[in-house]
Ligand binder design. Structure first.
Ligand SMILES: [Zn+2]
Length: 288
């Protein structure tokens, strides 16, 4: 546990394996939660931590990935997400086999919970933008396709805080499985256009607006490496076999072990293939 207070009303836990988990304290005992823990045992503990602050009115999922949504099951509050986050969780819910194999590595005590695990879907969805009022807090949810086509960012204008979801991370780059190079940069531009002082990334330490430029540079670097390799005549398969970027998002955190090596390797290969395909289709993306 390493709960950080970002502003008077905003607290963020950065030491769960998986997404950063936010508590926005609206006063009057009312809370807004941003993203759910990945590990069930973290989610159960998180529910206790959260109860110490008040009662969650809403739990926002910034995307549909397991590291942002699995913990929904153990948290109270009305779940809110983009409409595609909900439909993608319906169409593509993690299978019990997948969860069993994953938990065996990242959360062995949770393996018995898989048998009656059900995805807890959003109760409320939106398409473009949604305003939430929780106690004295006003949150604006912006649909900003980037890391996924359904990623939402949560802006607390009065508090100067922006939760970017995985559109911005501060632990290296996330997987590009659901991203495109073009959307990756467009989402950073979208964050840049919003007013805020404190940035809470999907993963890694919170910071300020400087995180945007740094994240853009990381993206440019890996896209440039793929484009250079392609220019030198490497095939898509050769690029996917040879080019790697640092993945700290799925690596262990504290005492918690990270993802299985085979899964991390799969994310890397698929990410490089996605970048290769995008650069092949649109060579100018390397100068984005
Ligand atoms: Zn994530």
């Amino acid at each position: 546990m390493a709960l950080q207070q970002i502003t008077d009303r905003v607290h963020v836990e950065t030491q769960h394996l998986g997404s950063n988990n936010g508590i926005v304290d609206g006063g009057h005992g009312e809370l807004l939660l941003v993203d759910a823990p990945h590990r069930p045992t973290d989610a159960q503990r998180w529910a206790t931590t959260v109860a110490g602050f008040g009662t969650p009115r809403f739990l926002v999922n910034t995307d549909h990935h397991p590291d942002h949504t699995i913990g929904n099951r153990w948290l109270p509050g009305t779940v809110v997400s983009h409409e595609l986050t909900r439909s993608r969780l319906v169409d593509d819910a993690p299978t019990r086999e997948y969860l069993r194999d994953l938990f065996a590595v990242i959360d062995p005590a949770a393996v018995p919970l898989v048998d009656d695990y059900e995805v807890r879907l959003a109760d409320v969805t939106f398409s473009d933008r949604l305003e939430l009022f929780v106690g004295d807090v006003h949150a604006t949810l912006h649909h900003t396709p980037g890391h996924t086509i359904n990623t939402v960012m949560v802006q607390l204008a009065d508090d100067g805080v922006l939760f970017t979801g995985d559109n911005v991370c501060n632990l290296g780059l996330p997987a590009f499985l659901d991203a495109s190079v073009d959307r990756f940069f467009a989402a950073i531009d979208a964050a840049e256009a919003l007013e805020f002082e404190h940035l809470v990334p999907g993963h890694g330490e919170p910071g300020g607006r400087e995180l945007l430029a740094r994240y853009r540079d990381w993206g440019r670097e890996v896209v440039g490496r793929v484009a250079d390799a392609r220019d030198r005549g490497l095939t898509r398969d050769e690029c996917a076999a040879q080019i790697r970027f640092e993945d700290l998002i799925h690596a262990g955190i504290g005492e918690t072990p990270g993802y299985p090596d085979a899964l991390i390797e799969y994310f890397q290969q698929r990410s490089i293939e996605q970048i290769f395909d995008d650069v092949e289709r649109e060579p100018s993306l390397r100068d984005r």
